[in-house]
Design a protein around this ligand. Structure first.
Ligand SMILES: NC(=O)c1ccc[n+]([C@@H]2O[C@H](COP(=O)([O-])OP(=O)(O)OC[C@H]3O[C@@H](n4cnc5c(N)ncnc54)[C@H](OP(=O)(O)O)[C@@H]3O)[C@@H](O)[C@H]2O)c1
Length: 291
């Protein structure tokens, strides 16, 4: 019954492997607290960290890795270029700054954070293509091992004309917001889908269907939601500030959701726990506390 725990990987289309459970680092703004959280996550066995130029967590991830004494190559680090930095020169400075903060000379995965900077941006297609062409060069230069995108829908992929294609799309994904059309497109195009907010930012932890299935398997609601991603071939990025919950989120090997469970979860009303963010008409701006 071995299905995806911390030591398992997804295969990327470029030949690289990515650990099947990521640790999210958004929304922890106190640096000392952040450093302890990263140290705890490493102690729990997490090696795949998801950060972004926006999150303010890159310094703590870098420090956490350095002080762990574990070799850099044992980790998989993702960072993202913010939507207002899509010009070639700004992408380069964004990555340079991320590398410095992370105390490394490469990232394993670089993502375009959002496909357009705002709804009024009439030139978003040109910006997107310029951005991804730059990503391709950064990969050739060895500063990035794999390149991908985040918050892309099918029409954003279709607008991208570059010869090399993204290998990852990180999107909001949980039973209450399954985005089936883009998930099916990514599967067909061999693009790994990562789930951000796989717990619906905790909103789904009290859903009655999720709780019923959790009770049936004697696991927590969070474990059901993370397993739901994995059994649907989606890589969850889970975030917790608490070491016990980190351990629980990584403990997914001892149970399987059956076809009935998966169907019942998929039947949860869509938009339950949805963040209200959307890449075309509800694009987030940097929020209070972001830096
Ligand atoms: N690409 C993008 O645009 C984008 C957007 C949003 C997020 N992300 C990434 O995705 C990551 C995860 O998303 P998220 O942080 O928004 O939401 P999430 O992982 O769905 O939910 C996090 C919330 O769930 C709680 N939680 C975690 N494990 C739990 C457990 N076992 N039992 C009970 N509660 C639990 C956490 O509280 P405690 O901390 O108190 O445990 C926190 O309040 C982010 O950190 C970030 O790396 C990417």
């Amino acid at each position: 019954m071995e299905i995806f725990a911390l030591e398992n990987n997804f295969q990327l289309a470029d030949g690289n492997a990515i650990p099947a459970l990521g640790f999210g680092t958004f929304g922890i703004f106190d640096r000392l607290h952040q450093e302890n959280i990263i140290a705890d996550a490493i102690a729990c066995g997490y090696r795949h960290f998801d950060t972004a130029s926006l999150y303010g967590s890159e310094i703590s991830v870098g420090l956490g890795i350095k002080s762990s004494g574990i070799a850099r190559e044992e980790f998989f680090l993702t960072t993202k270029v913010w939507k207002d930095d899509m010009e070639s020169s700004r992408i380069r400075s964004s990555l340079e700054s991320s590398l410095k903060k992370l105390q490394t000379d490469y990232v394993d995965l670089l993502l375009i954070h959002w496909p357009r900077c705002n709804s009024a941006d009439a030139q978003w297609i040109e910006h997107l293509n310029e951005a991804f062409e730059t990503f391709i060069l950064l990969k050739k230069e060895g500063k990035v091992k794999s390149i991908g995108v985040s918050n892309f829908l099918v029409h954003h992929f279709e607008a991208l004309k570059t010869a090399e294609r993204p290998v990852v799309n990180q999107i909001e994904y949980h039973p209450g917001y399954m985005q089936q059309e883009v998930v099916d497109y990514c599967k067909k195009e061999n693009i790994v889908v990562e789930a951000w907010s796989p717990l619906g930012r905790a909103a789904l932890l009290t859903d009655k269907t999720v709780l019923k299935i959790a009770a049936k398997h004697k696991v927590s609601a969070a474990q059901v939601l993370l397993k739901f991603c994995l059994e649907n071939g989606v890589l969850p990025i889970a975030k917790s500030t608490d070491i016990k919950r980190m351990q629980q989120n990584a403990s997914l090997m001892h149970f399987m959701l059956d076809a009935n469970d998966l169907q019942e979860l998929s039947d949860i009303k869509q938009n339950t726990g949805w963040s209200q963010e959307h890449p075309d008409f509800a694009i987030p701006s940097a929020r209070v506390g972001d830096f």
